[in-house]
Design a protein around this ligand. Structure first.
Ligand SMILES: Cc1cc2nc3c(=O)[nH]c(=O)nc-3n(C[C@H](O)[C@H](O)[C@H](O)COP(=O)(O)OP(=O)(O)OC[C@H]3O[C@@H](n4cnc5c(N)ncnc54)[C@H](O)[C@@H]3O)c2cc1C
Length: 488
């Protein structure tokens, strides 16, 4: 299987990433990305060295491939997939939203329904099937941009003041489609192999040029990334910035400066109905977002662990009001875990024989995510107090004997040395108060669309007929003539 070293080698391919007004020469060596590249390389090595729990046999090559790419055909497949995705999330404490497993779930979902893409012509169905096979067998890393840039949200793609603000077809040639425009927000695109481009926001007649679904290699000529400020760049040491130095996956505005996409990488070609149908008439959205929730379960466990460890370090973990906060944290973490398990144990088999988690429970918990995650962070903030700021400016203070003596005396807890305490509280601050932590809150609130979008998914997938039936049954049990028992 692909190793970390071969993943890293593939990234030095001339991709265009702009940082501080200059193009990055080699993403694997640039301070913005070097740390997270090593983290992903570690994931590849981990998967390759644990084939029993992390892989299944490729139906095309007969070789072991990552379970992230499986098209589940049974409850057992779903459980194996969840187990593997959990192990991967544990490797990164759930901190990489767009690690290689995320878009892999979407592509597996698309490929499970090639007939949908073939509605436009058999070759499009074949294209998605072959792309899935390629990324599965070569263990490639795909990220996606499926949201038009935030310019004027009151208008759809073709109504914007200028054409090709959102990425869309500029021209068609015998070789393929020329794409012009931009899309947001390419998380981890800088360190992936391929970029999937489409649109999940509703499009309407007139938007055909923007109703596409396709894939491009990250070094495609004309593809340019403008990442936000990478947090690893300001970091002075891993001890002081344990998360941003290793887990900043980066987010970027992606600009297509007339990028040629060969026909065999086009899955939907200027078709509004199909662009919509790919998300919701295949299990793609469910499989991709189930991976996201499995990852979130690990991240919430990690936050719960931080809360518990900090409370016990400060000697407050048996005070009732603190145990109530810890209890609420435990409830929130259990709620997400329980919903993932509920969705799996009530899994649905679709017409193609694909077994996917029950959307009612998946979207049910996604609809609350914009409340659950900020609440977890708030509770953690409440528990850590000012301890996260009662830390030296950097690890260098410990190398100065005069300063170290003060720190070792005043920044300690019973049974916990100053070194350990500072380490723990700096970790907590990165998670809740740093730029890295703030970005994580934004990510969890928005990664699957704005909070109102996630609630809409929940609304659509809940069986209100059951609820209405209960209300009707209650209403039918009495009328204007019904008397109270006591007055009979
Ligand atoms: C950290 C991070 C990483 C991301 N990574 C990716 C990625 O890898 N790939 C990708 O494709 N996308 C990614 N996204 C983009 C994400 O999908 C979008 O943020 C999301 O779809 C919401 O779009 P928006 O940010 O433009 O917010 P908007 O849609 O503009 O919404 C912002 C707010 O405006 C209001 N609003 C806007 N429109 C309406 C409406 N029609 N009705 C009612 N209220 C409305 C709501 O209050 C809403 O909360 C990422 C986002 C974040 C924050």
């Amino acid at each position: 299987m692909r190793t970390g070293a071969s993943y890293l080698a593939a990234l030095s391919d001339g991709r265009e990433i702009m940082i501080d007004g200059k193009l990055v020469e080699d993403v694997t060596r640039h301070p913005a990305f070097a740390g997270v590249c090593r983290t992903i390389a570690g994931l590849y090595d981990f998967i390759a060295s644990h084939p029993d729990e992390m892989t299944f046999t490729s139906p095309s090559s007969g070789k072991p491939v990552s379970l992230a790419h499986i098209i589940p055909r049974s409850r057992e497949d779903l459980a194996r997939r969840r187990h593997a995705l959990t192990r991967i999330a544990e490797h990164t404490f759930g901190l990489l939203g767009r690690s290689p497993e995320h878009v892999a779930g979407f592509i597996a979902g698309f490929a499970s329904a090639p007939e949908l893409f073939a509605r436009q012509g058999a070759r499009f169905g074949e294209n998605i099937r072959r792309f899935h096979q390629k990324i599965r067998d070569e263990h490639l890393y795909v990220t996606y941009v499926i949201i038009p840039p935030q310019v004027d949200r009151s208008k759809t793609a073709h109504e914007q003041a200028e054409s090709h603000i959102p990425a869309g077809v500029f021209k068609e040639t015998s070789e393929g489609l020329i794409i012009r425009g931009a899309q947001m927000l390419g998380t981890a695109s800088a360190i992936s192999d391929y970029l999937f481009l489409s649109c999940i926001q509703p499009l309407k007649p007139g938007d055909e040029n923007y109703a596409i679904s396709l894939a491009v290699p990250m070094n495609a000529p004309g593809l340019r990334l403008y990442p936000r400020r990478p947090y690893a760049m300001g970091a002075t040491s891993v001890f002081d910035y344990p998360l941003s130095t290793r887990f900043d996956e980066s987010d970027a505005l992606v600009v297509f400066r007339d990028v040629l996409v060969p026909w065999d990488h086009v899955f939907v070609d200027r078709n509004v109905a199909l662009t919509r149908a790919q998300w919701f008439e295949t299990p793609a959205h469910i499989l991709g977002n189930t991976q996201a929730q499995i990852r979130l379960v690990t991240k919430l466990k990690f936050l719960a662990g931080l809360a518990r460890k900090i409370s016990s370090t400060n000697g407050v973990d048996s005070i009732p009001s603190v145990t109530w906060d810890l209890g609420e944290i435990a409830s929130l973490a259990s709620l997400v875990e329980g919903m993932v398990l509920a969705a799996e144990s009530t899994a649905v088999t679709n017409a193609n024989g694909v077994v996917h988690p029950n959307p009612r429970f998946l979207y049910g918990v996604m609809g609350l995510q914009a409340q659950i995650y900020p609440r977890m962070i708030h509770l953690l903030r409440e528990l850590v107090g000012g301890g996260v700021l009662q830390v030296p400016s950097s690890v260098a203070e410990f190398a100065n004997p005069d300063a170290a003596a003060d720190l070792r005396r005043y920044v300690q807890s019973p049974g916990v040395s100053a070194d350990e305490r500072v380490k723990l509280f700096k970790l907590a601050w990165e998670m809740i108060g740093s730029e890295f932590g703030g970005r994580h809150q934004q990510y969890e609130m928005f990664y699957s669309g704005a909070p109102f979008v996630a609630k809409t998914y929940s609304f659509r997938n809940y069986d209100f007929t059951e609820s209405l039936g209960l209300v009707q049954s209650c209403l039918s049990g009495y009328d204007m003539n019904s008397k109270c028992v006591s007055s009979e």
